[in-house]
Design a protein around this ligand. Sequence first.
Ligand SMILES: Nc1nc2c(ncn2[C@@H]2O[C@H](COP(=O)(O)OP(=O)(O)OP(=O)(O)O)[C@@H](O)[C@H]2O)c(=O)[nH]1
Ligand SMILES: [Mg+2]
Length: 196
Amino acid sequence: MPFAAAITAGGQSRRFGSDKAAARLEGRTLLEHVAASLAGCPLRLLIAPPGRYALPGWQGVPDTRPGEGPLAALEAALQAAQAEVGPGWLAFAGVDMPRLTPRYWETLARARTPDALAVLALDAEGRPQPLAALYHTDLLPHVTARLEAGERRLRAAARPESTVVVPPHVLEAVSPDALRNVNTPADLAALGKAEQ
Ligand SMILES: Nc1nc2c(ncn2[C@@H]2O[C@H](COP(=O)(O)OP(=O)(O)OP(=O)(O)O)[C@@H](O)[C@H]2O)c(=O)[nH]1
Ligand SMILES: [Mg+2]
């Protein structure tokens, strides 16, 4: 996978009740599951408070606006990626999507067009998923401007005119559970049961 990767892991896991990045599923933490899906990326960034996690092969990057949420974390990730490897694409993921796979990311990568600056998958209800998406570093000025204007929703990062979406039937064929996410202990229990 010829693009940089960032996992955003600076949340408080309030709904989960304890650090969900460290919660276990099938012998690995949720954070390790997500990291495995992106292990083939040449630059791997973990956007989190310094010292909170040790993830071999991943470079810790502190939030530039700590506690301001995933849109601010995307800004930090795009800045770090641009500084490390120059302009290009970044795979951006939360800690709580343990069914992401390399094929999911490859499918998004294949959907890129010359004019696109973001690639988002649509869930089964047709909603774009900004937390397991590709963003180009050229979005950085837009992301910073939105943050400066008070915006905090991650879905504000992608601009409609430069966003490509991947329809559900395409993902269903390659990585059907990729968008399953864990906000509560019940979500985690349901994921574990789904395989049995
Ligand atoms: N770096 C960074 N990541 C964040 C921040 N806030 C949330 N995240 C991450 O964004 C992703 C999606 O956020 P949520 O699912 O809401 O996770 P959360 O905020 O820890 O959980 P709740 O407290 O229940 O909302 C997770 O991977 C979080 O770790 C932040 O301020 N900085
Ligand atoms: Mg949250």
